[in-house]
Structures are given as structure tokens and as C-alpha cells.
Write a protein that binds this ligand. Structure first.
Ligand SMILES: C[S@@+](CC[C@H](N)C(=O)[O-])C[C@H]1O[C@@H](n2cnc3c(N)ncnc32)[C@H](O)[C@@H]1O
Length: 302
């Protein structure tokens, strides 16, 4: 029997925690912010995503996360097994969120972020939420996200995922079919929709073309629409809907990525399945739709 009190705060080590004691206001504020965020407790092939103050029973003993835990600290179980504290990063969301709707993989999220440029201060309309991985990545860029999930149980899980990731304030998970709310989102009667329009719309639903057909009304001038579609037929339909809605720069990307292994005998792409995931169709709202004139001649000398 182990005499250690499992309910006592475990010992912690780590330069960050001790340095914060004597730091200035800014450092103290940073430390307070970090202390409110969830962290990963890592040991060999184990990773636990936990909140400051949380307690968890593991096969290596009971973990209690100190309220003032900091990345780089070491937290021991009551059996004195040490875990290192790691700051939560984007890919950790993909691995640790409770899964419902098939989450978008990090490489495809990279393409969405790269092609739309979603960033701090942007207002994003997202559907469907599913597991919420894309919505969470968008929020972690500093954007505010309104995301729709038609399945109430999936929506509840997504809200819990956002809370666990510490981004519940930046992501509103709305239960419902996004296509039912398009009028309200466009005409300003929705109290969450930005009056000036959304900066970015991201769609991962079979009915993306229905939303795309209203994208010119939903987006700010120059704003981006990104539609993630598993089949090329759906992707074509999405691209045509965006064009018919008057969006410009409509492009479709196939998302392919191969991992390489460096073996004794040589280097080559992994033999594991390459794995098609989807097509990403991106389009942009015209900068000044009222100035577009079909009769305008081109300026390339023709
Ligand atoms: C593939 S998952 C989305 C995954 C998400 N992008 C992520 O990274 O976790 C698609 C989700 O969209 C939801 N959905 C489909 N059509 C919808 C609609 N019109 N409005 C709201 N949600 C919808 C489905 O219930 C499903 O959970």
C-alpha cells in the first residue's frame, strides 16, 4: 500500500512557475492566462489533455493538475510517476477532441487557412461543426467563429470540445441547419451575424452549394469562401454555385500529401495508403460588386 495522499497537490518543478513569482505585470498576466488554459500531460506514449485543477486516475497513479500549472512543469502522480506539461497546439485538437462528424485533417486545415488567410479579428461562418477541429483551428488564429451543427448531440460534443480547448468564448456552436438561417444571416436580423458580413465562410457539408449561392450576400467584399468536398462531382457543383453567385477567383485544389520514410535501404514515400481526403474549392467575393460591368473591355491589349 502506498502512503502518499492521493488528494494532496503533487510536487511540481519548472523554471516558468518560479520565475512568474517575481515577474512584472505583463509576465504575471501571461502566466495567469497560461494557467487558465488546458494543458497536455505527456509521458512516453501517454498524453492526457487536462484543465488546471483537474484530477484524473491513470494506470500510473492519480494525477492532480495544479491551478497554476505552466508548460514545462513536471507533475507527478501520487505514485510519483512524472509527467511533463506541454502547451496545447493545433494538432493536439485533432488527436484529443471527442470525435463525431469526421474531422478535417491538419494538412487540409492548413490549405483552408492558407487559401482564406483567416486571422485575428475575422468573423467566420462555418458549417457543419462536426467534431469542431476546423472551427477550433480558426478560433486559434484569433478569428471569431459562428459554426452550425444540425445534429444536437454532435453540437453538444463540439461545445464541450471548445470548452476543453479553452476557446468557448471565440466559437459559438449553433444547433441547426445553416441553410435555414441564411435569410437572417444576410438581412441582419440575426443578432450574432456581423452587420458588415463575414470575412470567411468555411463549408464541410453536402449542401455547400446552397450556401455558396448566397455567399455574395454573406461575405464582405474580398472575403473568402472555402468548400471542402469529398467527391469531385460535389466539388464541381460547389464551384459552379460560387461562380453563379458572382464570386471570383474560383479554384479547386485536390489535397494530396505523401509522407516519406528514410530507411536503411533508401528513402521513399510511405507504403501506407496515400489516402484521398477531399477537394477544396475556394472563391472570393468581388471587391466592388456594383462596379462589375459585363461590357467592360479587357486591358490586355485584345
Ligand atoms: C464532415 S463533418 C465536419 C467536420 C468538421 N469540419 C471538423 O473539422 O471537425 C460534417 C458535419 O456537418 C453537419 N451538417 C451537414 N449538413 C449541415 C447543415 N446544412 N447545417 C449544419 N450542419 C450540417 C453534419 O451533421 C456533420 O456533423
Amino acid at each position: 500500500m502506498n502512503d502518499t495522499d492521493p488528494t494532496a497537490d503533487p510536487p511540481t518543478t519548472g523554471a516558468d512557475a518560479t520565475e512568474a513569482d517575481g515577474a512584472g505585470d505583463a509576465d504575471a498576466a501571461d502566466a495567469t492566462e497560461a494557467a487558465r488554459s488546458p494543458v497536455l500531460l505527456v509521458r512516453e506514449n501517454r498524453e492526457y489533455l487536462l484543465q488546471p485543477g483537474e484530477r484524473m486516475e491513470t494506470d500510473l497513479g492519480i494525477l492532480r493538475v495544479p491551478e497554476d500549472v505552466q508548460p514545462g512543469d513536471t507533475v507527478e502522480t501520487h505514485l510519483e510517476t512524472a509527467f511533463v506539461v506541454r502547451r496545447l497546439r493545433g494538432p493536439d485538437l485533432f488527436h484529443h477532441f471527442e470525435r463525431t462528424g469526421a474531422p478535417m485533417v491538419p494538412r487540409d486545415i492548413g490549405l483552408v487557412l492558407g487559401e482564406t488567410g483567416a486571422s485575428t479579428g475575422d468573423r467566420v461562418l462555418d458549417a457543419g461543426t462536426g467534431t469542431g477541429v476546423l472551427a477550433a483551428y480558426l478560433a486559434r488564429t484569433g478569428a471569431e467563429v459562428l459554426t452550425y451543427e444540425q445534429d444536437p448531440e454532435f453540437a453538444d460534443v463540439a461545445r464541450e470540445n471548445m470548452a476543453m480547448a479553452g476557446i468557448a468564448d471565440a466559437v459559438e456552436v449553433r444547433t441547426g441547419d445553416v441553410t435555414d438561417d441564411l435569410d437572417a444571416l444576410v438581412d441582419g436580423s440575426d443578432d450574432v451575424a456581423p452587420a458588415r458580413g463575414f470575412d470567411v465562410i468555411t463549408l464541410d457539408t453536402a449542401d455547400a452549394p446552397t450556401v455558396a449561392a448566397r455567399a455574395d450576400e454573406l461575405l464582405v467584399p474580398g472575403g473568402y469562401l472555402a468548400m471542402y468536398v469529398p467527391f469531385v462531382e460535389g466539388s464541381r457543383e460547389a464551384a459552379l454555385a460560387a461562380e453563379e453567385a458572382g464570386l471570383v477567383d474560383v479554384t479547386t485544389h485536390e489535397t494530396i500529401q505523401r509522407e516519406f520514410s528514410y530507411g536503411e535501404r533508401g528513402s521513399r514515400p510511405d507504403t501506407a495508403p496515400v489516402g484521398h481526403t477531399g477537394f477544396l474549392t475556394v472563391a472570393r467575393a468581388p471587391d466592388a460588386p456594383n462596379l462589375v460591368d459585363d461590357s467592360t473591355e479587357t486591358t490586355d491589349g485584345d
